[in-house]
Design a protein around this ligand. Sequence first.
Ligand SMILES: Cc1ncc(COP(=O)(O)O)c(C=O)c1O
Length: 385
Amino acid sequence: MREDFLPFSPPFIGEEEISAVVDSLQSLWITTGPKTQRFEEEFAAYVGAPGALALSSCTAALHIALVSAGIGPGDEVITTPMTFTATVAVIEHVGATPVLVDIEPDTLNINPSLVAAAITGKTKALIAVHYGGHPCDLDYLQSICHEHHILLIEDAAHSLPAKYKGRMIGSGNNPAAFSFYATKNLTTAEGGMLTGDPQMIEKAAVYSLHGMNRDAWKRNSQAGSWRYDIVTPGFKYNMTDIQAAMGLEQIKKMVRILQRRQEIARIYQQLLSPLEAFDLPVEREDCQSAWHLFPIRIRPGVLKISRDEFIEQMRERNIGTSVHFIPVHTFTYYREKYSFVDNDFPVAFNESERLVSLPLHPRLSQNDIEDVVAAISDILDHFKC
Ligand SMILES: Cc1ncc(COP(=O)(O)O)c(C=O)c1O
């Protein structure tokens, strides 16, 4: 058995990021500034985005996308229950009503064929989450949104870098929100990026910094002026130059990071499929997954122990795992407010009950991967039905 604990998703930080952060700390400018601006430009160039705004989190990016679109009380926003709570919480924050739609059994993304039936006269937006880094069927979703005059917002927290039919996620005119949280493919410890149409980005920039006119961040520098105006009561969602310094180094490594993630996913597929105990993540023909996650699903009738006990057995064998996600409709707040029951979204509920995310990050060595699979094989030996 492995002697030291294998963490689920530690950051992939090198000397380059450390020097870049030190450089920022030693400069006279540590908050939003030139490095943030350069990170926005380089990120936009990397994904082919028409515009980009660096923010404090993906949650902030999603919130501001809704606010900038004028979505508020009385409106409905469609999304998936198979997501992190943030995707749905931002709909609540603007006073709109989340309308959940069940997921596809293979990708675990929102099921496009169920979306049309959820649209009402109040529907203003659809937030599509690219679960685990695998793109949703964007053409299908975009055509429904177009037909019903609904804004398509992408929760791209997991999907850097991912492609749908050869197009990079984040390259469209519609808002897409990326996360640079500590476990994400690119990290700035905390952070996010909103991409999309430059006019929307301009508006979002104002909302992201107190509602000050754009470039107010320069007000304490020689280039700026102390005078500013407030055009709307905004938020405090800006990214700092310390975070952007990390981001600028991380983005240079994205190709290497993706290649290693793809390689690890391939090795897991090779080693786990012969066990015939799990349903493994898919990658559709016309998609390139960012392989943010490697979620396996324990096949019914395979184990004498529950999924939760399986996770505990992995921990006892020094392997960190996680679950993505506990479906949002099962949380107390949403159950009580919307009277949801587990089976309102049966695919999301049943699949989540058998989900386990395995470690997947560029730090994993071949030995680490083999340790994960050895732990799984050992559990199967002990607990197979
Ligand atoms: C699908 C999804 N959306 C949104 C978020 C929120 O990201 P952040 O922590 O950057 O706000 C997360 C975070 O894990 C996520 O998994």
